[in-house]
Design a binder for this molecule. Sequence first.
Ligand code: WTA
Length: 574
Amino acid sequence: MGQVHSEILPGRVKQANMADYSRAVSEFRWEDVEKSFSWYESGKVNMAHEAIDRHVLEGRGAATALIYSDSAREEMYTFSDLREQSNRFGNVLRQHGIGRGDRVFIFMPRRPELYFSLLGVLKVGAVAGPLFEAFMETAVKDRLEDSGAVALITTPELLLRVKRAELPELKHVFVVGGLTDGGQRLVSYEEAMAAASAELEPEWLSLEDGLIMHYTSGSTGKPKGVYHVQRAMIQHYYTGKIVLDLRPDDVYWCTADPGWVTGTSYGIFAPWLNGVTNVVRGGRFSPQDWYKTIERFGVTVWYSAPTAFRMLMGAGEASLKDIDLSSLRHVLSVGEPLNPEVVRWGDKFYQQRIHDTWWMTETGAQLICNYPGMDIKPGSMGRPLPGIEAAILDDRGNLLPPYAMGNLAIRTPWPSMMGKIWNNQAKYEEYFRIPGWYISGDSAYMDEDGYFWFQGRIDDVINSSGERIGPFEVESKLVEHPAVAEAGVIGKPDVMRGEIIKAFISLRDGYIPTAELKEEIAAFVKAGLSAHAAPREIEFREKLPKTRSGKIMRRVLKAWELHLPAGDLSTIED
Ligand code: WTA
């Protein structure tokens, strides 16, 4: 049973009472949203056309589409500029025989060329696969191999992490930012762009054709390729309008990297489908740089994550001295539970009520949200958007009453629902094991007003700083280290990061448990997978709890960590 929460804060614009909400829900038709797209009449579908070209064709080409800034660069591009750059890159891809349905991966830090090339990939009907810049060799290889990527766009530094000799399907590599040795399968992005035509007829697709792939972690196996299709744009556009509340003059900033789904659905698609100015900040997090970004560009709508807000809170009032955040009109959060203290901090120091939103890589877009016009209960993810039906189900699919905790489920389908899991139909079907529903893997309860309250994950997936990490991937890397006999990985609660990764390790004979060895093992995971997958804590144990079939019981590790009873141990080995 969940707790009963009594605190209710009015929303930013107080207008929607329950009757208004019920009316909005019952009158809602996805078809009314679809009418906003040119393909509704023409039948010709292409995300890049809707997000970029259409604004140019309708006379808004001179509006600023992208503001890019980092410590060394500050650049602005109009919708016409983005159209030209993406056309050029589309032509480069076509010259290399790349087109409809091909997987083209992009492994680059946030910089304008990432956006140009991603849009170019979409223009020719290929499927974009953005990879987070912090990924190391194994993480990069697993994703390129599983997807069968034929092309990669990267930088000289990141290219060093790509094991091309082991990727026979990867035939084309475009290098951005100075190619010194134009060896085999390497093409200079700058040279190819300069030689390419700025005119291009996009590839016309159907709503079921591919759009983008994001790899995401479950509790077992390697990360899975969540494959989204063109129809997701219906929901990107709709939620951009009703949840982000985007209006033509907005300057919008989503702080997520396009390597994660928030950085594409809401860092590329939603803002540009709605024709607003999109701010991209390169470089690392720093409270000063972040506040300066809002001030300098007059950001009006800001979408970030609880970890970032907690770090800003941690930097305290002093970091707000001489900073003017009065341009802000709407602030939102996603990725992990948004603590009520953070909401109160936003009220006090940003004069903005931070709006929590819930969704997942697999769902493609926001589903349960606090959106303008509704009352906010701090700590709740909000209510399902008009057009979305959510429920709490038991494991057999029975609907549970208010306040009962169970599986958070969404009625199928909705426009941005994933098209498939790449190469893994069985995994895909697991999500839909209860007919008519998508099972999220989150547990939650609903209150009597239809607000949803997140309780946790049902599986062992770890959420550290809003990033999903599969324990299996980390464990697999750990046991590759010569000192490690066995490893079990759990999420340990952490005030700043939500959870941190903790590894329990038993050592091979002849290895002595020392602090240096812990550091060496953590560095090994960091170098193989990525910094965010490396354990922040390691504990050596003589033995790890295992089932009779030899599976490490993470549940027991978690109970050890939290000093809780370990529950049913009937399947334990000894
Ligand atoms: C968690 C990110 C609590 C949840 C868009 C979900 C949240 C997973 C919230 C998806 C929220 C996301 N409150 N938990 N508002 N939003 N989560 O795929 O466990 O990286 O299943 O997608 O993050 O993470 P993913």
